[in-house]
Design a protein around this ligand. Structure first.
Ligand SMILES: *Cc1c(COP(=O)(O)O)cnc(C)c1O
Length: 384
């Protein structure tokens, strides 16, 4: 049996992994070294300097490739460093088409750093895949998809977008941070690049900042390895170890995240103090059918509007939560709550925020893997 034929639960534990060659250590050792002894100039055991390659990082990169069903993985110092490496594939004059409700940090990187490098960005609501076609020109080189989106959990049909540009020399990249490969495999759906903030579900314990890319194409992998080494935003060996360790329980954590989120979403939906609940598992969610087709479950994120749409009231509710911690980020074992209007999306002008549907009363939950009963009691007392 080839390792690529393994099921997902086996891949997270064994994919791309072999016992360490030196002493047979079952867990990959943390090779805390910058350099490697050579027996003669240029003669070494495959490693010469840790920016170029480090065995602990290589173990993580192999694991990333395996779980995303790709051929090559690359690990970076953060999710944004991984996105930055993809953008460095572009030349001045090239154009990018991106989802309009993009992760704020990606938007800032595009608008504040790459626009001045001569890259043109178009933003569109990709829930309508056709809206992408209208923006494609001969200069289009990259499509940037994020699904489910943050914080409203819209779903974009990856295959439909990839089909639109098949045969053209346009790369399709998917930020798979919110879903994780447990729920969705973008390369299988026609994407060329999968990107992760491994800070979130892959790491899974809110103890590391890391990023990753996975691709299938040899030439594309070569270009990205060149950028990774030339720019140097690599992930260190200790952090690589933490992400690898996180990945080994990704499947069991994701199952519980999904179960708990479903219960929390169901509870919120029936609550008189709650207006709209955003969760792709609801049949009435506008993209529910696509979610069912391209994801194996509906994820651990739930957002909701408090009735009355009052900024102060939403803040009072998140302050009252005791099991949910009020904090940025997501994807850890512990439940987190955030208030986008005053936290993650505070830098966006109110009119622009409202245009994309992010009201003052919106609360975003990263549902953890505690007892769902305790999470629901906590929300009940805070909404009280
Ligand atoms: C957090 C996040 C990023 C950025 O990753 P960092 O590890 O914080 O640099 C990118 N995309 C999404 C969807 C995220 O949630």
């Amino acid at each position: 049996m080839k390792k690529s034929d393994f099921g997902f639960n086996t891949k997270v534990i064994h994919g791309g992994q072999t016992p360490d060659k030196a002493y047979g250590a079952v867990m990959p050792p943390i090779y805390q070294t910058s350099t490697y002894a050579q027996s003669s100039p240029g003669k070494h055991k495959g490693f010469e300097y840790s920016r170029s390659a480090n065995p602990t990082r290589s173990a993580l990169e192999n694991s990333l490739a395996s779980i995303e069903n790709g051929a090559y993985g690359l690990a970076f110092a953060s999710g944004l460093a991984a996105i930055d490496a993809v953008l460095k594939l572009l030349e001045p004059g090239d154009e990018v088409i991106a989802t309009n409700d993009l992760y704020g940090g990606s938007y800032r990187l595009f608008e504040r750093l790459y626009k001045k490098a001569g890259i043109k960005f178009h933003y569109t609501d990709m829930r309508d895949a056709g809206s992408v076609s209208a923006l494609v020109t001969t200069a289009t080189k990259l499509i940037w998809i994020e699904t489910p989106t943050n914080p409203l959990l819209n779903i974009i049909d990856i295959q439909a977008v990839a089909d639109l540009v098949r045969g053209k020399s346009i790369l399709v990249a998917v930020d798979n941070t919110f879903a994780s490969p447990f729920l969705q495999l973008p390369l299988n759906l026609g994407a060329d690049i999968v990107m992760h903030s491994a800070t979130k579900y892959l790491g899974g314990h809110s103890d590391v900042v890391a990023g990753g890319l996975v691709v299938n194409d040899d030439a594309l992998a070569g270009k990205l390895y060149f950028i990774q080494n030339a720019s140097g935003a690599i992930l260190g060996p200790s952090d690589s170890y933490l992400v690898l360790r996180g990945i080994k329980t990704l499947h069991v954590r994701m199952q519980r995240h999904c179960e708990n989120a479903a219960r929390v979403a169901g509870f919120l939906k029936g609550h008189p103090a709650v207006d709209v609940v955003y969760w792709p598992g609801f049949e009435e969610h506008p993209n529910h059918e696509i979610a069912k087709r391209q994801m194996t479950d509906f994820g651990g994120m739930v957002s909701f509007n408090v009735s009355g749409d009052n900024y102060e009231q939403a803040i009072a509710i998140v302050e009252k939560l005791k099991v949910f911690t009020l904090a940025e980020s997501l994807g850890g074992v512990e439940s987190l709550a955030g208030h986008p209007a005053s936290m993650t999306h505070a830098s966006i002008p109110k009119e622009v925020r409202l245009e994309s549907g992010i009201k003052d009363s919106l609360i975003r939950l990263s549902v953890g893997i505690e007892d769902s009963r305790d999470l629901i009691f906590d929300l009940e007392q805070a909404l009280g």
